[in-house]
Design a binder for this molecule. Structure first.
Ligand code: AMP
Ligand code: MN
Ligand code: MN
Ligand code: MN
Length: 284
């Protein structure tokens, strides 16, 4: 049984609520999990409360996945064990949320100019009042029968370089790493294989990352070996997770618990976090 350290909920672009995610994890007997929504910590309190009352045996790690960009490349930084009440973190996340709203409006305008009738209320309803991301717009395109799948929406209209695509707010990996560490968390490079250029991976390592997401549904065996070795060479933690978003979306991604780390690797992560907390306490 694996610890799944990469799971999305309806607080960002996942289909299941935090409570539904925890219930499923408990039902399949997972030893532990991390909720890592894009650019938001809004699902974490609900998850923790439900967990404490209903499945205390499950290890719950509060997390986040920050979408950043470096030289036009999409770089995702995971944060684990974050203090989700940290003021600086919350302030920055609020700014990002507003910038995302603005961007969604611009994308909808572009779609309108292309003849697609979509209104913002519909997107907000799909997003359930939480953070807005492109998959929500894709779902509305599907609901209105303009496309037949999320993939088609991305391939034709809202993927990077497509006619309705609008750049996200500027957010650099260094800033994400600093915010995560500032909130007491561990900063980890998400799915390096998806970057498709390992020179970026080397750069991100030099920026002070503490771990690499080695186990990931879209990493092949060779990539798992390569990134494990890179982690060992640089004395970085190894992490992994399914990147679960819900069943009807992202078919090539895993189900809860289908990818992750074994208890021995999880032990290393817990030990690292404990040492870090202890050192920080001694400094104060
Ligand atoms: P955003 O942060 O709003 O730019 O949206 C990025 C999210 O869209 C990613 O985290 C993925 O979940 C999703 N995404 C990106 N590209 C695709 C794609 N080709 N097909 C399906 N989902 C995608
Ligand atoms: Mn996503
Ligand atoms: Mn990602
Ligand atoms: Mn993800």
């Amino acid at each position: 049984m694996l610890y799944d350290l990469h799971i999305h909920t309806s607080a960002s672009d996942g289909l299941l609520s935090p409570v539904e995610v925890i219930s499923q994890a408990r039902d399949i007997g997972l030893p532990g999990l991390a909720i890592t929504d894009h650019d938001t910590v809004d699902g974490l309190e609900e998850a923790r409360c439900f967990m404490e009352e209903n499945s205390p045996a499950l290890d719950f790690i509060p997390g986040i996945e920050m979408n950043t960009e470096l030289a036009e490349k999409e770089i995702h930084i995971l944060g684990y064990f974050i203090d989700y009440h940290n003021r600086l973190l919350l302030k920055r996340l609020q700014e990002i949320k507003e910038a995302r709203l603005d961007r969604a409006r611009k994308m909808i305008m572009r779609l309108a100019n292309m003849g697609f009738n979509i209104d913002m209320e519909q997107v907000e309803r799909i997003a359930r009042g939480d953070l807005i991301a492109r998959p929500h717009i894709a779902q509305v395109l599907m609901e209105n029968a303009y496309v037949s799948s999320v993939k088609e929406a991305f391939d034709k209209y809202i993927g990077k370089g497509c006619p309705a695509y609008v750049n996200r707010y500027k957010f650099l990996p260094t800033e994400a790493i600093e915010l995560i560490k500032g909130a007491g968390g561990i900063a980890v490079l998400a799915h390096p294989g998806l970057i498709r250029d390992d020179s970026f991976v080397v750069t991100i390592i030099s920026l002070g990352i503490e771990g690499i997401e080695v186990f990931y549904p879209e990493h092949n065996h060779g990539q798992v070996l390569k990134y494990s070795q890179l982690s060992r060479e640089n004395r970085l933690l190894i992490t992994g997770g399914s990147d679960f978003h819900g069943y009807n979306q992202d078919e090539n991604r895993g189900r809860i618990g289908s990818c992750g780390v074994n208890p021995e690797i999880m032990r290393n992560i817990f030990d690292y976090q404990q040492r870090k907390t202890k050192n920080q306490q001694e400094e104060h």
